[in-house]
Design a protein around this ligand. Structure first.
Ligand code: DQA
Length: 149
């Protein structure tokens, strides 16, 4: 099973960025934990981070052609603004899980709106960096069930 892990803008700053909200782990550390869990679950995880909307759109759009079975995405601030990323997720027709480190629904009003959630299989938010691990477990289970049916 091949999973694409996409991280959006400013997530390269995890570890130093607002640690009271996002915790003290770096993105590299989180990706390392996701890849380790992937090995346990039989999933090969490829991580990609960009601050640029178009690059994220390109990467999602190519995911099926590149042989990925599913996508985990933390679109970060683009969650609340990007029709282009939403359309890319809808277009690629791969199962996708939206992830947030913080509980976006308990924060500012503008974070309560997600352009991307309606085209994702599901959303996991508010569990700190463990949100990524929960997303991987959920996505692997979902893909395995789909393959069996
Ligand atoms: C975030 C929540 C977003 O609202 C914010 O813009 C981020 C990070 C999260 O993981 O909690 O950059 O996606």
């Amino acid at each position: 099973m091949k999973i694409l892990l996409v991280n959006g803008p400013n997530l390269q700053l995890l570890g130093v960025r607002e640690p009271g909200i996002y915790g003290g782990e770096t993105l590299q550390e989180i990706v390392g934990r996701v890849c380790s869990l992937g090995k346990e679950l039989g999933a090969e995880v490829t991580a990609f981070q960009s601050n640029h909307e178009g690059d994220i759109v390109d990467r999602i759009g190519n995911a099926k052609m590149e042989g990925f079975d599913g996508i985990i995405i933390n679109p970060a601030a683009y969650t609340h603004t990007s029709v282009a990323i939403r359309d890319a997720i809808a277009a690629v027709t791969l199962p996708a899980v939206e992830v947030h480190i913080s509980n976006v629904n308990s924060r500012e009003d503008f974070r309560h709106v997600s352009y991307t959630a309606p085209v994702c299989t599901g959303v996991i938010a508010g569990f700190g960096s463990d949100s990524y691990l929960l997303a991987l477990r959920a996505l692997c289970t979902h893909i395995t069930k789909k393959q069996k049916s």
